[in-house]
Design a protein around this ligand. Structure first.
Ligand code: SF4
Length: 453
């Protein structure tokens, strides 16, 4: 039974030193009880107390890792129902289904899509994570051969799928070193599958027909010494899947330990329509699947899911920011235009994209505005002449160009006069307000002063 805030408080040093980031031990105890603080933030708590408090301070949904190395996937660890309450911690893992009954060519094509559908956005690399390998053949040797093939062609994390413990054992023989997720322990095979998970140290899925059945199964697995458990409610309709995910998250936050595990959802089993499946997967990412297994990956549906996942799992209290500096776009030279913008990543991404669209090589000066957009930064005094001019002087752009023309965003037009005073050698030009108008603006651009002959 988890401890209350008052019970936790009795175990803390009670010095109210504030080193944990909150002013009093009582406030820290309340945050611990709510799963919103990390016990390690208190430097003076004893190790005995740490042991006693570990359950109370553990996230309501247990974090666990599938796979090894740089492609390991961490899921769970969630502490809130809504992102704005704090943040969502570990992004939903996206897996592609590969069956051991598929042809070699189809398996190769799916591995290619898993490996090569990789995107850069706002300075981040977006890519899918896992291969879900299903033993449809019923043959242990065929399944093991598929696992070996995928292992040799991708370093992604693996899910191995069969309800036959012997087939799972054959699969684990060839991939236990990759710490796959074992799917699945059920009422029928729990003892055998639990033994495999214990022996290999791999995480395991508990699958049941009802939430009561799943809770009993996770209790059984936990008693057998397993901690890294993922839940599958086996929902086959969107409504049922949605209800299950909400119920599990709420129950876990209410400290129902039997349901305090990340979940897996098989959107591949819910529809044959790829676009409908993408919509279901987008719901699953938002509410609250730890892993989504898709029937296939296609760029046009995978990319929106990756962007959705990125947006949901960023910290809402920290704007995404790009590094301050000079960005060269399209191979600029000493006569190329110089544009200025803020370091809000989305602003940078849109402005740099429109510059690329223009096909006019440019320098883009990105000013550190603590991740605020141009308008917000201007209103906060972080994108005004006094702040911009020292950056322009020190950034080194004058070594790269012969002219002295600076194009500022239209939304910062009111700073043009101040900038001409602060940067007397420069001609300040007011660019478009909307990034979409940048290509037309650049195509007609000519330096007003100081162009190289
Ligand atoms: S750091 Fe520890 S002792 Fe200090 S206020 Fe926080 S909980 Fe209390």
């Amino acid at each position: 039974m988890p401890l209350t805030g008052i019970e936790i408080f009795k175990l803390l040093p009670k010095t109210n030193c504030g080193k944990c980031g909150v002013p009093t031990c009582l406030a820290f105890a309340m945050q611990l009880a709510a799963g919103k603080a990390d016990l390690n933030a208190c430097p003076t708590v004893s190790s005995e107390t740490k042991d006693k408090l570990s359950e109370a301070s553990a996230p309501p949904i247990r974090p666990l890792t599938i796979g090894v190395g740089s492609r390991a996937v961490k899921i769970g660890g969630e502490t809130v129902l809504f992102r704005h309450e704090k943040r969502f911690e570990n992004p939903t893992g996206l897996a592609i289904l590969i069956s051991d009954k598929m042809s070699d060519a189809e398996v190769d094509a799916r591995i290619d899509r898993l490996n090569n559908l990789v995107y850069e956005r706002v300075g981040l690399t977006l890519r899918p994570d896992m291969a879900a390998l299903r033993a449809d053949s019923g043959q242990a040797a065929t399944f093991a051969a598929l696992i070996n093939k995928v292992k040799s062609k991708s370093d992604c994390s693996l899910i191995i799928i069969s309800e036959d413990a012997d087939i799972l054992a054959a699969g684990l023989k060839v991939c236990a070193d990759r710490k796959p997720l074992i799917y699945a322990a059920t009422n029928a095979n729990a003892e055998k599958v639990a033994a495999l998970a214990k022996e290999t140290g791999c995480p395991v899925v508990a699958k049941g027909a009802t939430l009561d059945e799943i809770a009993a199964l996770t209790d059984q697995l936990t008693k057998s010494g397993l901690k890294d458990i993922v839940i599958d409610t086996n929902a086959k309709s969107i409504r049922q899947a949605f209800d299950d995910q909400i119920f599990i998250r709420k129950a876990a936050l209410a400290k129902t330990r039997s349901l305090g595990f990340p979940t897996i959802m098989f959107t591949c089993d819910m529809t044959d329509d790829p676009m409908k499946e993408a919509l279901i997967a987008s719901m699953a990412i938002a509410k609250y699947a730890g892993i989504v297994v898709l029937s296939d990956f296609q760029g046009h549906s995978l990319f929106p899911l990756l962007v959705e996942r990125m947006n949901i799992y960023t910290d809402p209290q920290k704007p995404l920011a790009t590094k301050e500096g000079i960005y060269e776009i399209g191979g600029p030279n000493e006569n190329s235009p110089v544009l200025l913008t803020s370091n809000f990543s989305l602003t940078y991404f849109i402005v740099s994209g429109e510059i690329e669209n223009s096909k006019v090589p440019c320098y883009l000066l990105v000013k550190d505005t603590e991740g605020l957009s141009v308008m917000t930064a201007w209103a906060a005094g972080k994108f005004v002449a006094d702040a911009i001019s020292p950056f322009v002087k020190k950034c080194g752009i004058t070594d790269k160009i012969k002219h002295r023309n600076l194009i500022i965003p239209g939304y910062a037009a009111s700073e043009s006069g101040g900038l001409e005073e602060e940067l007397p050698d420069w001609k300040i030009e007011v660019g478009p307000r909307e990034a979409a108008h940048i290509p037309a603006y650049l195509k007609n651009w000519k330096p007003l002063i100081g162009a190289a002959k």
